[in-house]
Structures are given as structure tokens and as C-alpha cells.
Design a binder for this molecule. Structure first.
Ligand SMILES: [Zn+2]
Length: 371
């Protein structure tokens, strides 16, 4: 089961909340109700503070997503977790200037919210005395001023924290896009990832020396995020400009939509293939996977036609497309094969094995792969 529940949709983007989010509400109720001795009012106030904080987090993610959509990027959903929000996009904007604007939109929205709340607080006259102690006093108190002080501080912190120049923070993408305006994309990512790891080491060291363990945890989180982004680029560098046609399996067995399921069982038992393109007069009509075959066998039996079991909505790859993109599509859609199609006609099948073979031989002897 999925641990997220759907809340609502904005401009086609589904907003979901992870069930662990309840934990942070319980923590907030405890902090303001028990630790700060606010009683029931305090507990309710704590829940209100966190809910409003997450409205700000949602606005931050929406700012990214809506900007990305303007550049033609598909956004699937936004999930709210206790540690913040995550926007799931099908891909990142390609142009550095677009990535820059998309990355800046999130933190910028937090600064705008903080500015707006500051304006709201003018009638409440709390800006009369702006000092760190006063703000931290206010943040702890159960009052409208306290609520405003909390949200203003939190939004400024959220904006600043996300601007740290390290992946997976927005600042990492800002740095990468600025670098990509001067060098190629892969080198820019590698440089930004290295900068992020450097920053993580400095933060971790400061954290250990001063005993600030939260800082150490953040440093580890940044270090892992930066390494992951760097590895992606490494794979992309090795696969480089390799095309799908250089790695795909060309001698694959196809089935016809009217053949019985037992024909597919035969092929699986006597061959290596587990995924079959289904061809209708040479044109790709669908794909039959082993999992679909098994569930259709259970439901209908072996005599039923393959067209009852095949999936018809399958993404395909172009023989001249890059292997890196095809591999990404497979892992994103959790497919174990991608039909390769030119002008509606099937020319081959690409599997994750084909990709890892290409990766292996390319790193060993690049000349082995035909152009
Ligand atoms: Zn962000």
C-alpha cells in the first residue's frame, strides 16, 4: 500500500500527504501543550502552527512546479513529508536559464510570504521592538504575534536553507545552472556535486566540533544527496552519446494478438525472452510481460488470445534516441523492456540487461560498440 493520502489537485498537480506527517502534528501538540505548559489551547495552537507551516511548504513546491510547467515539464505530484515537500517531475528543464528560474522560484516564494506576513504584523505593532530575544520569546508564546513571528522566521529559514549551494537543495541546482551557462551540463553537475560535498564536510566538521548534532545530520544528508547526483552524471558520461540501436536486441521473438497465451508460455520455457512485443501485421499493437501473462493465465486460462492479456499503452524508444534517456524511461515506468520502434515498425527490444551490457563493454573497450 501507498503511505500517502491524496488531499487535492491544483492545476493538474496532485497534492499528497505522507501518513508519517501525523507524527509531526503529535510532536507539535506535545511541544506547545505539554513542554511549554499551554494545555489544550497550546496543543491546538501547535497543530495550527505546523499546518500553516506546511501550507508554506506546499506554496514553495507549487512555485517550483508551476514554473517548471511553464517550460513544458510534466509534474506528477507533490508529496508532503515531515521533513518538507517533494515535487515529482518527469524531467528537469533542459536550458540552464529555465532550471535557474525553476530552482529560485521555491525559496523566493518563502521570502515573499515572510514579507507579506511582516506587512500583516504592522497593525499588531510587534515590529516596534525587533530583537532576537523578543522574536524567540514571541515564537514560544501562544498568541497571534507568536504565530506571525514563528511563520516569518520559519519562511526566512526555509528560503535560506534551500539556497545552500548543495544538492539536493535548490541552491545546488542554482549553482549547477549558473555553471552550465559556462560549461557543459555534465561538467557543471560534477562541479556542483563536488562543491556540495565540500560544504557537507565543512558543516559536518563544525557540527562535530561544536556538538551541534543536528548540523551533523544535515551534513550527512547533503553529502549523500550530492554523491547521488554525481553518480547519475557518471553513468551519463560513460553512456555518453550512445544510441538505443547500438545496444538493443534485434533478434527478438514477437507474438500476434490472436495467438493463445500458451504460445507465449512456450517461448518463455524454451528461450531467454520474458517480454514479448505483440505485432499486428508488422505494427506494434502492445507488449506482453511475464507478470501480465501469469495473471491472465490464472484468470482466463491458456486458450485465451494474447490481446486479452497484453498492455496496449506502452512507451517506446526511438533507435536514434540516447541510451541514457531510454534507460531512465524504463526505470521511471518500472518496465523491464522497451520496444524500439521506427515509423510504427518494431526494429528491436531494449532491456535493462542490454543497457548494463553496453555499460560494461563501453567502459572496457569502447571500440567494441558499432557506431
Ligand atoms: Zn525547493
Amino acid at each position: 500500500m501507498s503511505w500517502s493520502i491524496k488531499l487535492f489537485r491544483i492545476k493538474g498537480i496532485e497534492i499528497k500527504v505522507h501518513l508519517t506527517f501525523v507524527l509531526i502534528l503529535i510532536w507539535a501538540a506535545g511541544r506547545w501543550g505539554v513542554t511549554m505548559k499551554g494545555g489544550t489551547t497550546g496543543a491546538l495552537y501547535g497543530i495550527l502552527v505546523i499546518l500553516l507551516l506546511f501550507v508554506c511548504v506546499t506554496i514553495h513546491e507549487l512555485a517550483h512546479s508551476l514554473t517548471a510547467m511553464r517550460f513544458g515539464v510534466k509534474v506528477r505530484n507533490i508529496t508532503l513529508l515531515p521533513i518538507g515537500g517533494i515535487s515529482q517531475m518527469e524531467e528537469m528543464p533542459k536550458k540552464p536559464s529555465e532550471e535557474l528560474r525553476m530552482s529560485l522560484a521555491g525559496p523566493l516564494s518563502n521570502f515573499l510570504i515572510a514579507a507579506f506576513l511582516l506587512l500583516l504584523s504592522i497593525p499588531l505593532k510587534f515590529q516596534a521592538e525587533v530583537s532576537a530575544t523578543r522574536v524567540s520569546q514571541l515564537m514560544g508564546s501562544v498568541s497571534w504575534e507568536g504565530l506571525l513571528a514563528y511563520l516569518i522566521t520559519a519562511n526566512i529559514m526555509l528560503g535560506l536553507f534551500n539556497l545552500l549551494p548543495a544538492f539536493p537543495m535548490d541552491g545546488g541546482r542554482v549553482l549547477r545552472s549558473l555553471l552550465a551557462m559556462r560549461m557543459d551540463h555534465a561538467k557543471a553537475t560534477a562541479t556542483a556535486a563536488a562543491a556540495g560535498q565540500g560544504l557537507a564536510w565543512v558543516m559536518g566538521l563544525i557540527g562535530v566540533l561544536s556538538g551541534a548534532w543536528t548540523l551533523v545530520i544535515i551534513a550527512i544528508f547533503i553529502y549523500l544527496g550530492a554523491s547521488q547526483e554525481g553518480r547519475m552524471v557518471e553513468v551519463k558520461n560513460v553512456l555518453g552519446e550512445l544510441r538505443v540501436r547500438q545496444a538493443m536486441t534485434t533478434e527478438c521473438q514477437g507474438l500476434s494478438p490472436d495467438q493463445p497465451l500458451s504460445a507465449a508460455v512456450d517461448l518463455i520455457l524454451h528461450g531467454f525472452q520474458t517480454v514479448f512485443p505483440v505485432l499486428d501485421e508488422g505494427r506494434l499493437a502492445g507488449v506482453l510481460t511475464e507478470a501480465d501473462l501469469v495473471s491472465a493465465l490464472k484468470e482466463y486460462g491458456p486458450e485465451v488470445a494474447i490481446k486479452m492479456a497484453m498492455r496496449t499503452e506502452v512507451p517506446t524508444a526511438d533507435p536514434d534516441g540516447t541510451l541514457f534517456e531510454a534507460q531512465r524511461l524504463m526505470s521511471e515506468k518500472r518496465l523491464n523492456a522497451l520496444p524500439v520502434v521506427r515509423e510504427g515498425k518494431l526494429v528491436g527490444l531494449l532491456t535493462p540487461q542490454d543497457v548494463s551490457e553496453a555499460y560494461l563493454f563501453l567502459s572496457l573497450k569502447p571500440e567494441l560498440l558499432a557506431k
